[in-house]
Design a protein around this ligand. Structure first.
Ligand code: GRF
Length: 201
């Protein structure tokens, strides 16, 4: 069977992209990375993708309407025969152009236990709130802000953590475990969405 082709969208350092790349390289994730796309030309993650010999495309969004930018992203994904889109620190809210083109085939990782602390700086939000447990979530992407059905989560405690930055580091380590694991489940198993729940059959 052909391996599912992933399109990675990122805007920054790309450590979650590297976790996916490494999981594929070690045979922990049956997939291939078809293309890495960034809206930030100088994103370190894009440079790492290029160094890894992967196809990369920079599509800066500045001065473009969301729809027009997404059409360019979509064309790139289609040019590379992408089956699944993985957001890995992609700092843009997706609109209908992309979401409707890949129904239930766009996945995101978020650094909190959703539905707690959606949006930006989730780790700092959790830290300032004073929670004892936080973590990370992989979810399907819908039109809301971090609202799509949950695929999988890992919790961490804040015990011994001394700052928002320390919490972010503790969570990031688990993100790198969670993303390949969650994607492996989605790609390898039968599932459907019932209401808000993603149910593995
Ligand atoms: C991660 O914390 C991820 O959960 C969030 O953005 C950050 C991206 O980090 N969506 P990286 O670029 O993957 O290192």
């Amino acid at each position: 069977m052909p391996r599912p082709r992933l399109g990675i969208l990122l805007s920054g350092r790309g450590s979650n992209f590297l976790a996916l790349r490494d999981a594929i390289a070690d045979g922990r994730l049956e997939a291939e990375i078809a293309v890495v796309v960034s809206n930030v030309g100088e994103a370190p993650g894009l440079a790492r993708a290029r160094e890894s010999g992967l196809a990369t495309v920079a599509l800066p969004h500045r001065g473009m309407r969301r729809r027009v930018h997404e059409e360019a992203v979509l064309e790139t994904l289609r040019d590379h025969d992408v089956d699944w889109v993985c957001l890995a620190g992609y700092m843009r809210i997706l609109g209908p152009t992309l979401i409707d083109a890949y129904p239930q085939r766009i996945v995101n990782i978020h650094p909190s236990l959703l539905p707690a602390f959606p949006g930006l700086d989730a780790q700092a939000q959790a830290w300032e709130y004073g929670v004892c447990v936080s973590g990370c979530t992989v979810h399907l992407v819908d039109m809301g802000m971090d609202t799509g059905p949950v695929v999988d989560q890992i919790a961490v405690t804040t015990a011994g953590v001394e700052s928002a930055r320390g919490l972010a580091e503790r969570i990031l380590e688990q993100e790198h475990v969670l993303y390949p694991r969650a994607l492996g489940k989605l790609l390898g198993r039968e599932w459907r969405v019932e209401g808000r729940r993603l149910v593995f059959l």
